[in-house]
Design a protein around this ligand. Structure first.
Ligand SMILES: [Zn+2]
Length: 234
């Protein structure tokens, strides 16, 4: 079986990530999956986005994490992506960045409350923040444990990945996801934008409350779920 199409998709999404302005140097990566084949494809470690070619993209098995195609070492964040695909069975793409505004919230140890409809169109509520990793979790299998605290947070808080397509990891950065690589990329762009708006919102009014529930419901559910009516039918 050939993974050319998947590698091309992941290559393109990584190029788009570089163009989006969300990453500095090589601090970011996009992965995508072929669920039928049980594989994920990800950017190789430390390769400049400008020099990245489709054939450089590394293909690994989702269950075992073993390399199936590719001669370069996969991104060092690969174990985090693998855990997300193993546990969040409906997602098809993952993006990781240290984008400035969202990471500022993560470093401040704050989730991003939903202050407006831009946010509500994509996230049904706050952009959550996971717990800190313990010293043991940092020392051993750090990247895998980063994925695991995200899964733990969603499970404990009863969050759904299709209602909350991204998360902040304290003192680190952002992971976002979607049905495919482009949806995951769009979520990371939206997340950065709402992080920026949210910062200015609380600067202008530190006492501001979250969006009214009725407005959150209206905006989220007109785009998502069975009653959605925004945009064109697909
Ligand atoms: Zn990172």
């Amino acid at each position: 079986m050939s993974f050319e199409e998947l590698k091309e998709e992941v290559w393109l999404a990584n190029k788009e990530l570089a163009k989006s302005g969300l990453v500095v140097l090589t601090w970011g990566n996009v992965s995508g999956v072929d669920r039928e084949a049980g594989v994920m494809a990800i950017k190789p470690s430390g390769v400049d986005y400008d020099e990245l070619r489709p054939e450089d993209v590394v293909v690994l098995s989702i269950d075992e994490g073993e390399i199936i195609e590719g001669s370069l070492r996969p991104s060092s964040d690969t174990p985090s992506h693998l855990v997300l695909y193993q546990e969040f069975r409906s997602i098809g793409g993952v993006v990781h960045t240290h984008s400035t505004y969202a990471t500022s919230w993560a470093q401040a140890g704050r989730e991003i409350p939903c202050f407006g409809t831009t946010h509500a169109d994509y996230f049904y509520g706050s952009v959550p923040l996971t717990r800190q990793l313990t010293p043991e979790e940092i020392k051993s299998e750090y990247e895998r444990n980063t994925g695991k605290v995200i899964v733990e947070h969603f499970s404990k808080s009863g969050l759904a990945t299709d209602e909350v397509p991204g998360v902040l990891v304290p003192n680190h950065g952002v992971f976002s996801w979607g049905d495919d690589t482009m949806a995951a990329l769009e979520a990371s762009i939206v997340l950065e934008e709402v992080a920026k708006m949210g910062l200015y919102t609380i600067l202008l009014n530190p006492q501001v409350g979250s969006i009214p529930q009725a407005l959150l419901d209206k905006h989220f559910f007109r785009k998502h779920g069975s009653g959605a009516y925004y945009g064109q039918e697909r």
